[in-house]
Design a protein around this ligand. Structure first.
Ligand code: A3P
Length: 304
């Protein structure tokens, strides 16, 4: 395990490389425990992302789809109207960071978990099970800009601002939480090609451009497709409205609430758009990032 100290490019000052991926010490403890102890069930569902890929959104949509019988979408007291989706669908490595022996027995199947862990570091029990994984990736330029803002929002409260150049340099070298970004994406992309029934690969950009199509695909993959009756009732639009940036970011819980980790819910909602990188990256940065992405994804069939 190698260490990168004096890393001023991310929220925490020291990161560790484990199985080829960078982790903060607090995340790493949870990752190791999750990897070693998690007892997967065939009915489990994981939503997986690199940070700032739209995890908050994917968690909300997945929660809404899977629980639509218990929690009717248009009900005025839907959990998503009162609770941030990171509380409803916690990161499993965070659960293990707090408690190396968590009790999941009260969770009815299908259990919905989230993780940022790379494919190679998933627990063996997940690898050998039939559980389902949805991986959502995002264009690295927008992901980087989102991460830059998120990091600085947090650091402003604690210790000052990072320069975009400094953080960009680290990102390009692969040093980002749960990065290298490209390696994480490729791990799940390749798995989705080999095990399409187990791993569904989505893109933030496609979710933005064709949300209804992607939502139906998700429901089908989860084993609870949208029925003709639900189509007639307009459930797809209702879920998309409930989980939209506009709805979620304007909720009281997301404007003023905090997660149990102490992070403000509001930090998870910034612009929610495609292409904000144009407002932040220089032509040189764009060229460099595009070249790395082309090189890393060359021959994989994955494009942006
Ligand atoms: P921006 O910083 O580009 O606005 P994550 O949830 O993985 O931390 O990613 C956060 C990014 O997703 C932020 O991107 C945030 O604004 C965006 N986001 C959050 N909720 C969203 C939603 N309901 N729809 C679309 N994008 C959303």
């Amino acid at each position: 395990m190698s260490t990168l100290s004096k890393n001023r490019g991310w929220v925490l000052p020291v990161m560790y490389n484990y199985q080829g991926f960078w982790h903060s010490i607090s995340h790493l403890q949870g990752v190791l425990s999750f990897q070693k102890h998690f007892p997967a069930q065939d009915t489990d569902i994981f939503v997986v992302t690199a940070p700032k890929s739209g995890t908050t959104w994917l968690k909300a949509i997945s929660f809404a789809i899977l629980n639509r019988t218990s929690y009717p979408i248009t009900s005025g007291d839907h959990p998503l109207l009162k609770t941030n989706s990171h509380e409803l669908v916690p990161f499993v490595e965070d659960i293990y960071a707090d408690n190396p022996n968590p009790d999941f027995s009260s969770m009815p199947p299908p259990r919905l978990f989230a993780t940022h862990v790379s494919h190679v570091s998933l627990p063996e029990s997940v690898h050998v099970s039939k559980c389902k994984i949805v991986y959502m990736c995002r264009n690295p330029k927008d992901l980087f800009v989102s991460a830059f803002h998120f990091t600085n929002k947090l650091r402003l409260e604690h210790m000052g601002v990072n320069s975009i150049e400094e953080m960009f340099d680290l990102f390009c070298k692969g040093v980002s939480l749960y990065g290298p970004y490209w390696d994480q994406v490729l791990g799940y992309w390749n798995e989705s090609l080999q095990r399409p029934k187990q791993v569904l690969f989505l893109k933030y950009e496609e979710m933005k451009e064709h949300p209804g199509t992607e939502l139906r695909k998700l429901a089908e993959f989860y084993g609870c497709p949208i029925t003709p009756k639900e189509e007639e009732e307009g459930i797809v639009d209702a879920i998309l409205r409930l989980c939209s940036f506009e709805t979620l970011s304007n909720l009281e819980v997301n404007k003023n609430g905090t997660l149990t980790t102490g992070l403000s819910n509001q930090a998870y909602f910034r612009r929610g758009e495609i292409g904000d990188w144009k407002n932040h990256l220089t032509a040189e940065m764009v060229e460099q990032l595009d070249m790395i992405t082309e090189d890393k994804f060359h021959g994989s069939g994955l494009t942006f």
